[in-house]
Design a protein around this ligand. Structure first.
Ligand code: CA
Length: 223
C-alpha cells in the first residue's frame, strides 16, 4: 500500500511540483494551501507523513504543528526559508521529524521522506544493522562482529544519526543542530573532530571505511 502524504504549501508552483514528484515516486498525495485547512485535514485523516511549509495563510506551519502534536505524532517535515532560523528551531522543538530549507533539491527531500517513513515502520525495532556493525538504540550499545565498541554519548548520537540517514549527505550544520542541539554555539569543526573519533574507534580498528567525507558538503554513510 502506498504511503499517503499531505503537502501543505501555499505557493502553487511548489505545491504542484511536489505532488507531481511524489506521485511519480508512488506516493498518494493531497495538497492544501491554508494552515487551518491543513490542521483539519491532518487531524481528520491518518497521513503517513506531512510536508509542512511554515509561511501559510490563516495559521502558520509552526502553529499547525503545535496543535497537531496535541493529539497526533504523524511525521512532519517542515519547509523553511533560508533566513528563518527560528522556525527551524521552533519546528524541531515542537516535534517536527526533519526540516528542509528552501530552495531544496527534490532528491534530498525524497531521501528524507524515505528515511522518515522507514523510521516509522522500523520504530518497533530500535536497532541499526550495517554490515557487521550493530547499533542498538535503546541499549545504546555498539558492536562490530560481536565485539563491543565503546562510544561516548555524542559519538553514539552522531553514529546513530548518520546511520538513520544513510545515503543522505549530512552537512556539519545539520549534525550540530540535531546531535548537539541549537543551544550549542561552537564551531562546526567539532563535527570533524567527532567523525575522527568514530573513525579511530571503528574504521581504523576494524579496517573498514564507514563514514565518507563529501568535500564541501558534509558526511555520509553509504550502503
Ligand atoms: Ca508559503
Amino acid at each position: 500500500m502506498s504511503a499517503e502524504i499531505l503537502v501543505v504549501e501555499d505557493e502553487q508552483r511548489i505545491s504542484r511540483f511536489l505532488s507531481l514528484e511524489l506521485e511519480h515516486e508512488g506516493y498518494k498525495t493531497k495538497c492544501v494551501s491554508d494552515g487551518r485547512e491543513a490542521l483539519d485535514e491532518a487531524l481528520a485523516n491518518d497521513y503517513d507523513l506531512i510536508i509542512l511549509d511554515v509561511m501559510l495563510p490563516n495559521l502558520n506551519g509552526i502553529e499547525v504543528l503545535r496543535r497537531l502534536r496535541q493529539s497526533k505524532d504523524t511525521p512532519v517535515i517542515i519547509l523553511t526559508a533560508r533566513d528563518q532560523v527560528m522556525d527551524k528551531v521552533a519546528g524541531l522543538d515542537l516535534g517536527a521529524s526533519d526540516y528542509m530549507t528552501k530552495p531544496f533539491a527534490i532528491e534530498e527531500l525524497l531521501a528524507r521522506i524515505r528515511a522518515n517513513l522507514k523510521k516509522r515502520v522500523g520504530a518497533v525495532k530500535a536497532e541499526h544493522v550495517f554490515g557487521d556493525l550493530r547499533v542498538d538504540i535503546d541499549a545504546r550499545k555498539v558492536t562490530f562482529k560481536d565485539q563491543p565498541v565503546e562510544l561516548t554519548k555524542k559519538e553514539f548520537d552522531l553514529l546513530a544519526y548518520l546511520l538513520e540517514n544513510r545515503n543522505i549527505v549530512i552537512s556539519r550544520e545539520k549534525v550540530l543542530d540535531v546531535v548537539w542541539g541549537f543551544d550549542f554555539y561552537g564551531n562546526t569543526n567539532v563535527v570533524d573532530v567527532y567523525v575522527r573519533y568514530l573513525r579511530s574507534k571503528i574504521d581504523d580498528r576494524f579496517g573498514i571505511s564507514l563514514i565518507e567525507t563529501v568535500r564541501g558538503s558534509g558526511y555520509v554513510i553509504r550502503e
